[in-house]
Design a protein around this ligand. Structure first.
Ligand SMILES: [Zn+2]
Ligand SMILES: [Zn+2]
Length: 231
């Protein structure tokens, strides 16, 4: 059985651990590993990083100094990170990589960096996890996903209220529209996938200003029919 833990999920820092039996994968290195007290580092097999923005990667260097596993990401992201190359492994879009008993299929997403990835992860017990954050759209469709870990950054109506009230300027609105996942788009994405096997959905990277936890959870749960958690 897969267990998902979130240690931070916002523009202030992101890190997650997914575990299956006695094996784990880390997703993102945006939280100080010294503050991730509950983690059993000895069973973590690798850390996947989606892109180079600091909230997803700023502790990558510190991480490899204190753990025995490597960092996996796209060539574009690894180039932008200052991590010693012998501790990094390059992943290619649409090419399955094996990390111990886990299989990872990276796919390109839409964000304002050179080579951002989302990941389809096959756990040792056969669970299928889709992890996609910091993207305004996901092109790929998936079958038989058991766990969605998906960004739900903002709702357009809340964002527009904040713009009208002068809390957010038009430049920032424009950037959000082409870099982060909006509630309606997340719903469309989920509705266009096979949801027959879904057990859990985790909503990631909610904006402080432009989101509403209760509403997001309720509206997504109405689509999946299974538990939704806010990371
Ligand atoms: Zn981010
Ligand atoms: Zn980002």
């Amino acid at each position: 059985m897969v267990k998902i833990e979130s240690f931070g999920s916002s523009s202030a820092g992101n890190s997650y651990i997914i575990s299956c039996d006695d094996s784990s994968l880390m997703l993102e290195a945006g939280i100080d590993p010294k503050k991730m007290n509950e983690v059993n580092w000895s069973i973590v097999k690798g850390c996947l990083i989606t892109h180079e923005h600091g909230d997803h990667s700023k502790f990558a260097n510190k991480l490899v100094q204190c753990v025995g596993f490597d960092i996996y990401s796209s060539a574009g992201t690894l180039e932008a990170l200052s991590v010693a190359s012998y501790r990094t492994k390059r992943l290619e879009a649409d090419k399955v990589a094996k990390i111990d008993d886990w299989q990872v299929l990276p796919f390109l997403v839409e964000h304002d960096v050179s080579e951002p990835f989302g990941f389809l992860i096959l756990a040792p017990d056969g669970s299928k996890i889709v992890f996609a954050t910091d993207t305004y759209f996901v092109r790929k469709r998936f079958i038989g996903v058991t766990h969605f870990m998906i960004e739900c950054n903002y709702a357009l109506d809340i964002l527009d209220q904040n713009v009208s009230a002068g809390h957010i300027d038009n430049g920032r609105r424009k950037r959000l529209l082409t870099s982060h996942f909006e509630l309606g788009n997340v719903k469309n994405f989920l509705n266009s996938n096979d949801l027959s096997q879904v057990q859990e959905t985790w909503l990631l990277h909610l904006s402080n200003q432009n989101s509403d936890e209760k509403r997001f959870k309720k509206e997504i749960q109405a689509i999946t029919g299974t538990p939704v958690y806010i990371a």
